[in-house]
Write a protein that binds this ligand. Structure first.
Ligand code: ADP
Length: 472
């Protein structure tokens, strides 16, 4: 099968979150199953230098966006058996940062249209065009409006994956005439609640929709999780699938990870201690073997459950634990975390930065990994944590519910709570601490997590099944 995977970020070229990890791992796994999967990305100014300088030029064309005609170059690069294409337009993409610009609606409309426009140039007409999140949501909409009648495009099917429903690409109706240039009879596809909504357009126009875990695919039918899209999702629920993400087990491998103070695997898990020592020394907090280090590695946002954490952070600090939070985000949470760090200097660190190196060190050195998300489409961090022997404490929602099994003394990989309530979270932390103090049981829960299979293999097969169903 020929698959074109369109995304706004992919490891190792550029990443801001989980979508980048998925786009960097799933295509290679699909290719191991005898598919020809290629990936298409914007050529951002921020793409890692060593890749920028080694890609080769394919050609250029012109992309129209309503009254505009914009230059569109294409570069390519092969990595791990996957061909990557990069859409070049310096006006749209040669900026510092990926998202958050006043003209994001236009930038990603350009990217979506460019993906369709360059198919003759790259001479690749996929069986399935797989679009992801709001940035590429206009692909199925534009395919339907402008390309599907053309001979080479008429058999292309589309799968649209929602990684995070919070960001939908919502704009005023002016954008229809000014940027999208949609014919009158197609406007209703993107129209939602008086606005233009890119994600709604994709849900409507694509042949199938998926989310990144089974639980989340059910949850988004409920207003608490749907961010206003419950009506359209309920109408389209028969074409919604849930496929849980995996992690790249070669990249996230404590045996080979170069960032660690000392490498280890499930047979030499006692070497985790050396990482804990290394981290405590680096952060200038005392190393205490019998006291658990709780880690959080995350965007500091409401989604990740920081309202709960902040509410009981003093209660957490009153327990015999050490807490290290790595992340950036909402200034309210950043400020509060810094305050707590001041107050509890020997047991708390707030590392307000984005650093892959620090993240890996922290996965390896921590005993517990706290992730009390309000909603979590899939979440990769909890799987990485388990692979590194850091036991997750999570809220039972979305992908957290599907990947963390509550520990019952024998089986299970972590500690969970259900209600979005700070004291329920505290209860789960207390249960984790109690098991930590029982060395034999703790060994078991750590081992169970390290043994669990979070590779992409199984999920890639599920995607293939969806693609096959679409082309049949
Ligand atoms: P989301 O995509 O919602 O942010 P995920 O758990 O799916 O959450 O993926 C987050 C990814 O980003 C993980 O690989 C995690 O290690 C990484 N990450 C998050 N915050 C940081 C940070 N401050 N520094 C380095 N890596 C981070």
């Amino acid at each position: 099968m020929k698959i074109l995977f369109a995304a706004s970020e992919a490891v190792p070229f550029i990443k801001t979150g989980g979508l980048g990890d998925v786009a960097g791992a799933l295509p290679a796994e699909l290719n191991k199953l005898e598919n020809d999967t290629r990936v298409i990305l914007p050529l951002y100014g921020d793409i890692v230098e060593k890749y920028r300088t080694t890609m080769s030029y394919v050609g250029s064309t012109v992309v129209s966006l309503s009254w505009r005609n914009q230059y569109c170059g294409v570069f390519e690069q092969v990595l791990d058996g996957v061909k990557y294409y990069f859409i070049d337009n310096e006006y749209y993409f040669k900026r510092s940062g990926l998202y958050g610009f006043y003209d994001d609606g236009e930038r990603f409309a350009f990217f979506a249209r460019a993906v369709l426009e360059v198919l003759p140039l790259i001479d690749f007409y996929p069986d399935v065009l797989h679009a992801n999140d709001w940035h590429t949501a206009l692909i199925p909409v534009f395919l339907d409006a402008f390309y599907i009648h053309r001979e080479e495009y008429k058999n292309i099917k589309t799968l649209y994956t929602i990684h995070n429903i919070e960001f939908q690409g919502k704009y005023g109706r002016d954008i229809i005439g000014d940027v999208l240039g949609l014919p009158e009879e197609k406007v209703s596809i993107v129209d939602y609640a008086g606005c233009v909504n890119y994600m709604k357009g994709a849900i409507e126009a694509s042949n199938a929709v998926s989310t990144v875990s089974k639980s989340y695919s059910q949850e988004i039918l409920d207003p608490f999780y749907a961010y206003g899209l419950e009506d359209i999702l309920r109408r389209k629920k028969d074409k919604i699938h849930g496929v849980v993400n995996g992690i790249d087990t070669n990249v996230f491998n404590p045996k080979r990870d170069k960032a660690l103070f000392k490498n280890y695997d499930k047979k030499s898990v006692e070497d985790k201690k050396e990482n804990k020592k290394g981290l405590c020394e680096m952060l200038n907090i005392s190393y205490r073997e019998d006291v658990p280090v709780i880690a959080m590695i995350t965007r500091l946002t409401e989604q990740k459950g920081f309202d709960l954490v902040i509410r009981v952070i003093e209660d957490i600090m009153c327990r015999d634990v050490q807490l290290v939070v790595l992340g950036t985000g909402d200034w309210r949470y950043e400020t509060k975390l810094r305050d707590v760090e001041q107050k509890y200097q020997n047991k708390m660190r707030a590392l307000i930065t984005f650093s892959a190196d620090l993240a890996q060190k922290l996965y390896a050195s921590s005993d517990m990994f706290l992730m009390p998300s309000k909603f979590e489409p899939c979440g990769l961090s909890q799987m990485i944590a388990m692979r590194y022997g850091s036991v997750p404490i999570v809220r039972e929602t979305g992908g957290l519910r599907d990947t963390v099994v509550p520990f019952n003394g024998e089986k299970g990989t972590g500690f969970t709570f259900y209600s979005y309530n700070a004291y329920d979270m505290l209860g789960a932390i207390d249960r984790a601490i109690a098991v930590y103090n029982d060395k034999e049981s703790w060994k078991k829960v750590v081992e169970n997590g390290m043994k669990a299979d979070f590779s992409w293999k199984k999920s890639a097969k599920e995607y293939v099944k969806i693609y096959e169903k679409l082309i049949k």
